[in-house]
Design a protein around this ligand. Structure first.
Ligand SMILES: [Zn+2]
Ligand SMILES: [Zn+2]
Length: 240
């Protein structure tokens, strides 16, 4: 398999081409230090060890560049905990252990457990017809996390998936029917239902798809007819 690894400085990412697809690690540079932010391996390259090859090539490049390393990316962090030979690259005070807050969620029967770490990118309430129909409830309290920050920690084989559209892959427990999360692959975000996350305080900042509401919520938060403009919507707001 033909492979090509490079440091694409213009896009601030290390790239590995394999079979016509590109896996990459994004980074930030500041005064002699480099922060590895996020790793992505196209699904077409899954199960071929491409992620490990990319991690190794990236860390070798960081070593050759003699930069001090900080790691925000969970994938690279996990790789480094298994490959201690790279730990000397870390900037003083940095470890591969995460201090990020971690929250667990489980399905209704407890067969499936997931974990989200860090903080959600967005949190709010969705009033769309699909959320209503799927949850059999008027409102879905969502917390959207970077997909890389969400892991299944128990019962992966008990998870069923249903996607009516390519935007939303809804995950549920095959034993109890309890809902767990919805993956949004195009946004690279995963909605872990706020009410399931133990120890997490839901801090909603908006309501989306309020045009199709069946329940009015007078909480003073912005009510978007569909989505804010920076999430690809019209940005139109409606009264409480
Ligand atoms: Zn269950
Ligand atoms: Zn919805």
């Amino acid at each position: 398999m033909a492979e090509n690894f490079r440091d694409n400085e213009a896009r601030e990412r290390f790239e590995l081409d394999v079979e016509g697809y590109t896996a990459f690690v994004t980074y930030r540079i500041s005064s002699g230090a480099i922060t590895l932010v996020h790793t992505e391996v196209p699904p077409e390259l899954g199960g071929k060890g491409v992620g490990s090859k990319l991690a190794r090539a990236t860390l070798d490049a960081v070593r050759a560049q003699e930069r001090k390393l900080t790691v925000e990316c969970d994938f690279i962090r996990n790789f480094m905990t298994k490959h201690a030979e790279y730990n000397d690259l870390l900037a003083p005070g940095q470890t591969t252990h995460t201090n990020a807050a971690t929250y667990k969620a489980c399905c209704f029967c407890g067969a499936v457990e997931v974990e989200a770490s860090g903080a959600p990118v967005f949190a709010g309430y969705c009033h769309c017809a699909d959320c209503q129909a799927w949850s059999a409830a008027p409102v879905n309290a969502f917390s959207l996390w970077k997909s890389g920050d969400v892991r299944v920690t128990k019962g992966a084989s008990d998870i069923g998936t249903y996607n009516k559209t390519e935007n939303s892959y809804r995950k549920f427990c095959k034993t109890c029917g309890g809902h767990i999360m919805t993956e949004h692959p195009r946004m690279r975000l995963t909605d872990v239902y706020a009410n399931l996350l133990r120890g997490y305080t839901h801090q909603p900042t908006l309501h989306v798809n309020y045009a199709s509401k069946t329940l009015s919520v007078k909480d003073g938060l912005p009510k978007y007819a569909d989505f804010p403009a920076d999430l690809g919507g019209t940005g139109e707001k409606l009264p409480d």
